[in-house]
Structures are given as C-alpha cells and as structure tokens.
Write a protein that binds this ligand. Sequence first.
Ligand code: SAJ
Length: 467
Amino acid sequence: MENSKTHAHHKGAVLAGSVDDLKRRLKSGNVNVVVVGLGRIGLPTAAVFAEGGASVVGVDIRRSVVEETNAGRCAFVDEPGLARLVRRNVARGRFSATVNAADAIASSDFVIICVPTPVDQTKSPDYTAVTAASQTTGMSLQRGSVVIVESTIGPGIAEDVLLPILEEKSGMKGGVDFGLASCPERSDPGNIVANMGSVPRIVGSLDPKCTELVAALYESALGVKVIKASNPKTANAIKLTENLYRDVNIALANEFALLFEEFGIDAVEVIKACATKYNFMPHYPGIGVGGPCLPSNSYYLIVEGVKAGNIPYLIRLAREINDRMPDHAVELVSEALNDVGKTVRGSKIAVLGVSYKPGVKDIQLSPVERVVSRLAEMGARVSIYDPMFKGERVFGITVSSSLDEASKGADCVVIGTAHKEFETLDLGRLAKRMSSKAAFVDARNIASPLEAQKLGFAYRGVGRKFM
Ligand code: SAJ
C-alpha cells in the first residue's frame, strides 16, 4: 500500500536558513528527508533519521520493499534493533516508503542517496544506480535543498559525474541553488543501527555553509560526531582509505600465513602476540575477503589512479593476494584429505558457513562460493550448513537444516565463516559423526588445532600447517 503522506508540504529552503533554524525545525519534526534506496544501508539510515526527529520518505524501485516497509516489516533479520525502529517509526507516521520518487523529492529538504555501487566483471566501478538516482533527484529537486551521497564512490565522482547530472536535470547551480555533499556510510553490516549512533561521520560538500548544515543534521538526528572534510572528493577518499587500509592489511596477514605455513609456524599465534604491541593493528588470515565493500572498493581508487597515470601497485596486489585465498583453502582441503589417504574426488565435504563474515546473512562476493564450486568441480559431494540459511538454496546446494545433518559421514569439514555457533564447535561430537579417517580444514582459524589433531583429524588452518 503506497503512503507518501509523511511529508508536510514544505518548500525545502534549508540552505537559506541557519544551523539553528535547522535544529529548531528538526526538534519540531519539520525537516523532510528522502532516502533513495532502502537496502542494507538505506533502510537503517531512513529509520534512524525518523527516530531522530525527521519526517522521512524512503524511495525504492522495488515495490515489494516499499510494501514491506509500509507494513512496518524489515527483511534484515541480521541487523539488531532495525526491525523495531522501522515498525515504530512507520506506526507513528514519521517514516513511509514509496516508489514515486518525484513527489517525495519535490517536498524534501535533504535527499540522501544510498544505492549500491558494485564493480562489474571487468572490475570497473558500476555507477549506474547512483547516476540514475542523481537523475531522478535532479528532476524534482527543490531550490535550497541538499543532496547527500552516502554510497561509496571514487574521489571526484561526486564533483565530476553526479554534480553535472543534478545541475542538468534541475536547471540549477550546485553550491548555489542546491547543496551537494558526500557523507559516506561507515556502518558495519550486522551492527549497523548501533554503528549509526556511534561511529563519527565524514561530511564534505561544495561549500562551507552546506557542510555546516549537513553536519548539524547528522549530529542532531543521529547524535554522532561529524568530521568536516574539505570537499566531497576528500570525504570519499577518507572512506576508501579506511576500507583499503583494511583490505591491504588483511592481504599482509594472508601473505604472512602463506609464508609461515612453509616454516611450520602458527600465523595466528604470531599475530596475537604482535597485537600486544601498542601500534600493531591485528588482521587475520583466512579463506578470503568478501562482502559488498572491501572486494570492490579498491577498484574505485585503482581506476581513478590509472586514469591519472599513477598505478596503485600495493592496493592492486592486495586484491590479488586476497582473491587467491579461496584457492589456497582448496589446496589445504586436498592436502588434508591426502594425509588420510583420500582425495577430493569422491569425498563428502561439509562446508560450515557461507556468509562473507560472521553474524550476517549475506553471501555477496563471499569467498566461500569459489571454494564450494571448485570442490564440486573436483568431484567432491559438497554439503553446506549455515545457521543463517537453513533449508535455502545457496551456491546451487540446499543448505542442511543442522550441522549434524551436513557433517554425517563427511570425509572433511571446512570452516567457511566464523559464525558464533561454530566458535563452540564440539569437535569430539563432530569426529563421531564424520567418517573414520577425516580431515578438518579451519579456514577461519576458530577451532583449536591441538584438539583437532588429538581427535585424529588431519588438520589444516590458514597459516597453520603443522606436520
Ligand atoms: N576479514 C579477514 N580478516 C580480518 C578481517 C576481515 O579475512 O582480519 C574478512 C571478513 O571475513 C570479510 C571481509 O574481510 O570476508 C570484510 O570484512 P569486514 O569486517 O571488513 O566487513 P564489511 O565489509 O562488512 O565492513 C567493512 C567495514 N570497513 C572497515 O572496517 C574499514 C565497515 O566499517 C564499512 O562500513 C563497510 O566495509 C562498508 O560498508 O564499506
């Protein structure tokens, strides 16, 4: 059922007013915010702004999402606190959803763009959704309103790609007739609502006044600290730098792991010990890097760097190293099975966890997918168990309803995701359910190598190969 009555008609002259005007209006529930894209970032963004006093209309091209939202429901079962926020703010008329962007944007003070920015097959950023959202916004944008881009984009894309679109479609001048700011999302999937109320935000816009207003909006409505960046491209560079810093450090941890396997040294023991040093930030080796962010964000900078004639070698190499880890996990499976006189071909292999990280129901660019498909290609009978996907089809396989079912008679178990349930895995019980001579490949290093070996498993971990 459509419902766009949330917005009191109000000609968005937020740019003409002061920061105090904005705070007063927010207090009286008189600030109209539109959130374009009600996905894993957009839906919580809309809900927390409504909770913070704004009247929010969420726009999404998917009618099913709009109807679900207007019914006070939310699909993200793995985001603590989100369902309650959506239900409460829809019930009290502060938050509604629509597929009709034009009406909503025409009466908005702020338009927040939260659409996906994946990379395509050629690893080039795919800005289709964010340019389409900018076109839609430009066509109905009101003089004095502000557009905020939360989607992760390359530095300069806001100024050089989105601004011209907004100006052409609206017939207005950015930084004068309307504001444009980048405020990249910094939320940790699986913990987004809490994050949105605690992690400082970064805001960079075309002009200082707009930066002040957007900063005041996030400070007042979300209660978070705001760091004011010089301009949108700097704000986007900050976002990418923090994600690429993580991706490169994970690659370094994976490289240490590959090295230490050769020396019979426990990479996890090494990293944990290093973490006792004040300036060592621990990252851990594993089956690979997945999710909608890290595996793609590097290419936003790589592409802009190459365009500028400066190839970011380290960032690119880190992607290659992390992308190779699923194949390394397959090698460890093969080795461990060989230790018990078996081969991948003909073996039953149970993969525990398919999500790209613990605690989320998300297989976007999950490194586990390549492991499952390679093992199947090599002739293994693969079963899957993931508490987030029981009974569902994932990677062409029906996920078992229990760990016991998946591991029954298995020749090898592979830990693909460090879900909480697997942290307290009963290896003794597992050994009894599996075939006599069995292998245990812990590609997330959550179980005790010693205990696994004591139970007679041929054991492998990433960075943990003890003969
Ligand atoms: N991973 C490792 N070793 C580690 C840490 C992570 O192999 O030591 C793997 C994870 O298993 C996962 C991948 O890397 O497959 C990404 O994990 P993540 O914890 O970085 O999770 P994301 O991608 O959901 O969230 C990241 C976060 N960025 C940073 O911490 C710098 C989050 O704060 C961002 O908001 C999010 O990207 C985003 O939306 O950009």
